[in-house]
Design a protein around this ligand. Structure first.
Ligand code: SAH
Ligand code: SF4
Length: 358
């Protein structure tokens, strides 16, 4: 298979201006190029009709604009688009467009697969291939913007992979989404399993983005069963880090809480979660388990159990939201579309080792 062509997506307007001068055009042409790519989400050099034809031809000999190809496109009955994409090497990953009445959001992947091995997650069960590049991360956003008549103004990094294991590319992608595409930092959310050193680094960057911690239980014993990372950084340690992050950035922290029937949806855990959040500006987002065949028999709780868990939290003064569930008919939950694919795009076998060392 041919190596993927070099791509333009992922370069800042400064870098594109430099490239323009290397290709015999003025630096201004680089700014125009950036505007076509990032502001208009155009991926075809042929359509960029205010750029000189010779310049575009020379660029096209060496570069593609967006490195991504669409392997599958599914539309759900409730307006969600899910793309399964790859950059020519057959390793697929997914991204989702989520239109709401007042905003349009999208969910991006940061890795092909994920090495964290969470036991409830289709991506985790499929193993890990590699980190995504900046071009591949921003490329997902631009493909989804190309599908939407409305501006895609919110981004959540909640697709495949653990964003903080690919922190350099994540930070560069955020810089492009903010500086070139023009998105507000406040509309960007990074979801993490809770890697202490990387959260410290993110706190030091002092970007006003949202950080969401996937907690899923206030009890170490249960959290470790769900998320092997908890053996490295247990609940008390990760919550202390999240509190420091909150102070450093001034943003509320989001706690994501997956609800699995009779495992982590008990009153005792709701009360313990409330204690952990006392005095911390926060919001708790409840996510009923999306069925994945885990061999552990995890099940989704009934509506009544979700309501009871929510009520207990609210009685303790906790701010609670529930994930609006969309795109059920196209398996829009984390990792599920790639997991369903067969043949060349089939999911990999399960990784049993957790490669977290520091
Ligand atoms: N790796 C990051 C971000 C990607 S996962 C993280 O774990 O936070 C995004 C969210 O989807 C996480 O909160 C994760 O716990 C949740 N998730 C994974 N599998 C799920 C499932 N089967 N049902 C519901 N939510 C799931
Ligand atoms: Fe990775 Fe997040 Fe899935 Fe865990 S939940 S395996 S960290 S993608």
């Amino acid at each position: 298979m041919n190596p993927p062509a070099e791509c333009l997506v992922g370069r800042t307007s400064v870098a594109l201006s430099q490239l323009a001068t290397e290709f015999g055009a003025t630096a201004w042409r680089g700014k125009q190029l950036a505007s076509w790519i990032y502001r208009k989400a155009v991926a075809d050099l042929g359509a960029m009709n205010d750029l000189p034809a010779g310049f575009r031809r020379r660029l096209a000999e060496r570069f593609v604009v967006n490195p991504l190809h669409v392997a599958d496109h599914r539309k759900s009955s409730d307006g969600v688009d899910k793309l399964l994409v790859h950059d020519g090497d057959g390793q697929v990953f997914e991204c989702v467009l989520l239109p709401y009445s007042k905003r349009v959001s999208c969910c991006l992947s940061t890795q092909v697969g994920c090495p964290m091995g969470c036991t409830f997650c289709a991506t985790g069960l499929g193993g890990f291939d590699r980190n995504l590049s900046v071009g591949e991360i921003v490329g997902q956003y631009l493909l989804l913007q190309g599908l939407s008549d409305r501006r895609v103004d919110h981004v959540v990094f909640m697709g495949m992979g653990e964003p903080l294991l690919n922190l350099d590319a994540l930070l560069e992608s955020i810089a492009i989404l903010h500086g070139e595409v023009g998105l507000s930092h406040r509309n960007l959310t990074v979801s993490t399993v809770g890697l202490v050193p990387q959260i410290e680094r993110l706190a030091a960057a002092k970007l006003p983005i949202h950080l969401a911690l996937s907690l899923h239980s206030p009890f170490d014993e249960i959290r470790s069963r769900l998320m092997p990372v908890n053996r490295r950084w247990p609940v008390a340690e990760i919550m202390a880090t999240m509190r420091r992050y909150q102070k450093a950035t001034g943003r509320k922290i989001t706690i994501e809480y997956l609800l699995i029937d009779r495992l982590n949806d008990t009153e005792e855990q709701a009360l313990a979660l409330a204690r952990l959040l006392r005095g911390v500006p926060h919001v708790v987002n409840l996510i009923p388990f999306n069925y994945v065949d885990t061999e552990q028999g995890f099940r989704r709780p009934t509506r009544e159990r979700v309501r009871a868990f929510r009520r207990t939290l609210e009685e303790q003064g906790i701010n609670v939201t529930e994930r609006v569930e969309r795109g059920h008919d196209i398996a829009a939950a984390c990792g599920q579309l790639a997991g369903q694919h067969e043949g060349r795009f089939a999911r990999r076998s399960r990784l049993s080792v957790l490669p977290v060392t520091s």
